[in-house]
Design a protein around this ligand. Structure first.
Ligand code: GLV
Ligand code: GLV
Length: 329
């Protein structure tokens, strides 16, 4: 019997075609609603491979239920939705989609920074809502980007690529990361700093750190209070890195000037959420890597990874480097 691959969201037929020759493939039949937990669990029990979304919780219960499960390929660079430790213990490879989304995500992150600084969304709505009565000197005036100081928290590949974008705007670049990045320091002039110092000095604080127990709730009220009152906070990593209530209060109290958010604590964020009522908040529906080209490439990489593991070879982008396939009876 062919191995069974379950995909937790409807993907285009031409993307999954390469799998059909060697595998039985089934997909959750919706592209706008996540697969319900009970269906995910029953599919995991049967599957040799899962192709998952960042909105699926792949916890210990799912992984241990998957008696035949050999690989979970997540359509994202982040993998905080997966219990990687449990996967390693169960001999299941976990794969993500790094590298292929770096430029696209950096583009969106820088675009969100620009949109927030220059009030692009607010201004566009202003025109469409027929509020534009006259050109006027300070109408929808925002803040400059060029020659300002950018502070990147989480200097991975996406962080470095955002920094590269910023050099074109002649920005001063600060960064904070667990490890120093000598290449970024030399090539981009990025200056390493403690988190506390960075948030005090930067005009734009851009969060790109993965969500881990160490980074959860790292942006507290106290941190926002340390920022300049003119600072703009951008989050393109994961919502839970930020205490959202604290961010809201900091914005309302005028402790910072604005926020551009592509990610939220709970996704989708409720439309009645107080943050969305603020004119100085630009909110996007987690679209960092969402270009047609890049999402198609990401799907292809997930499929290559699944095919590699099911063939008994090493996948291209393995998360759990300690992965050892179990010999199953
Ligand atoms: C998106 O957030 C990703 O992790 O790829
Ligand atoms: C703006 O359009 C200007 O001419 O200053």
């Amino acid at each position: 019997m062919k191995p069974y691959v379950y995909i937790t969201r409807k993907l285009p037929d031409e993307v999954i075609k390469p799998l059909l020759q060697n595998f039985n493939v089934n997909m959750w039949d919706h592209d706008d609603v996540p697969v319900p937990r009970d269906i995910l669990l029953s599919e995991a029990k049967k599957a040799d491979a899962l192709l998952t979304m960042l909105s699926d919780t792949i916890d210990e219960a799912i992984l241990t239920a998957g008696k035949n499960l050999k690989v979970v390929a997540n359509l994202a660079v982040g993998f905080d939705n997966i219990d990687v430790k449990a996967a390693s213990r169960e001999g299941i490879a976990v794969c993500n989609t790094p590298d292929v989304l770096t430029d696209t995500t950096a583009d969106l992150t820088f675009g969100l920074l620009m949109a927030t600084a220059r009030r692009v969304v607010e201004a566009a709505e202003f025109v469409k809502e027929d509020k534009w009565k006259s050109w006027s000197p300070l109408l929808l005036a925002g803040h400059d980007i060029h020659h300002k100081t950018l502070g990147i928290v989480g200097m991975g590949k996406i962080g470095e690529t955002v920094a590269k974008r910023a050099t074109g705007f002649e920005m001063d670049i600060l960064y904070h990361n667990r490890t120093r990045k000598p290449a970024a320091e030399q090539q981009l002039g990025a200056v390493y700093m403690s988190f506390e110092e960075l948030v005090e000095k930067a005009d734009y604080i851009v969060c790109l750190t993965p969500l881990t127990p160490e980074t959860k709730n790292m942006f507290t009220r106290e941190v926002f209070q340390k920022m300049k009152q003119s600072a703009i906070f951008i989050n393109a990593s994961r919502g839970p890195v930020v205490d959202e209530q604290a961010l809201y209060e900091a914005l309302v109290a005028g402790e910072i000037a604005g926020a551009g958010l592509d990610v939220f604590d709970k996704e989708p964020i409720d439309a009645s959420h107080p943050l969305l009522k603020l004119s100085n908040v630009v909110a996007l529906p987690h679209i960092g890597s969402a270009s047609v080209e890049t999402r198609t490439t990401m799907m292809g990489l997930c499929i290559d990874n699944i095919a590699a593991v099911l063939k008994g070879t090493e996948p291209k982008t393995l998360v759990n480097k300690d992965w050892m396939p179990l010999v199953r009876a």
